[in-house]
Design a protein around this ligand. Structure first.
Ligand SMILES: [Zn+2]
Length: 252
């Protein structure tokens, strides 16, 4: 698991960018909470309309994201912790429910909103197809990552060795206590037990699921920063009433 990311600070916006994706002319960004227009407790780069923030501020954040990424279009989903995979083919978009987006369209930034859940970006470097996945505990247990990869295999003729995986900030295993019931649904070695409390690793579990689909370990790149421990990120477990960061990928 290599480090591939550099931290960028531009006009107040702070984000982590994949250098490897850049070499394929693809932008893969994990944004922090800094650089937006939302006010406390959503300050400031919040992308969720569902957390109680002023919708006008959220719209301004989307406009700023468009500026920063130079995207022609931004696609996000109404996330419901499902395993619904949506393929964006360039036609007119109306807000949909789901937790993964795939596109082969250029200049379309596909993004997922998180605060503690694991954002995962995929790139088929040969066929130029990108995917953005919201993998929380429920999505992980439903194997939304595996379902997205299998959609790439079936609909885009992707080969497993061509898949690059980029994972973003998430709540680390030490900070992520879950119920025994949830923990037991995680793959073996992807959860731990201490003093009768259970802790799950969204990262280990999704790496396991990617490998089970044939992805090469050497093609997995993780920004291993904990949202709860690093105040540059929104963390639901830390703050409860808070915003959601955006992470995304865009073909150029
Ligand atoms: Zn942590």
């Amino acid at each position: 698991m290599e480090k591939d990311f550099i931290k960028v600070e531009k006009e107040g916006v702070v984000y982590f960018k994949s250098l490897l994706a850049g070499r394929y002319n693809v932008l893969c960004f994990f944004f922090s909470r800094f650089g937006g227009l939302s006010k406390e407790p959503f300050s400031s780069f919040n992308f969720s309309f569902q957390v109680g923030d002023d919708p006008e501020d959220v719209k301004k954040n989307f406009a700023k994201l468009k500026e920063v990424t130079k995207a022609y279009k931004i696609i996000t989903l109404n996330q419901i912790h499902s395993d619904n995979v949506f393929i964006y083919n360039g036609s007119e978009y109306k807000q949909r429910q789901g937790d993964a987006i795939i596109t082969a369209q250029k200049r379309v930034f596909i993004g997922v909103k998180t605060a503690d859940c694991l954002p995962v970006m995929l790139l088929d470097k040969k066929n130029n197809v990108a995917a953005a996945i919201h993998a929380g505990r429920r999505g992980t247990v439903k194997n939304i990552l595996g379902k997205t990869i299998s959609t790439l295999y079936q609909k885009f003729n992707t080969k497993s060795e061509d898949i690059l995986v980029f994972t973003g900030p998430y709540i680390c295993e030490d900070c992520y206590e879950v119920s025994k019931e949830i923990a037991k649904k995680f793959p073996l070695k992807c959860f731990s037990e201490k003093n009768n409390k259970f802790y799950a690793s969204l990262l280990k579990a999704n790496i396991f699921l990617a490998k089970s689909m044939g992805v090469l370990m050497s093609n997995i790149y993780s920004l291993n920063l904990c949202t709860k421990e690093n105040k540059i990120f929104f963390s639901y477990r830390r703050d409860r009433k808070t915003g959601r960061m955006i992470s995304g990928i865009m073909l150029n």
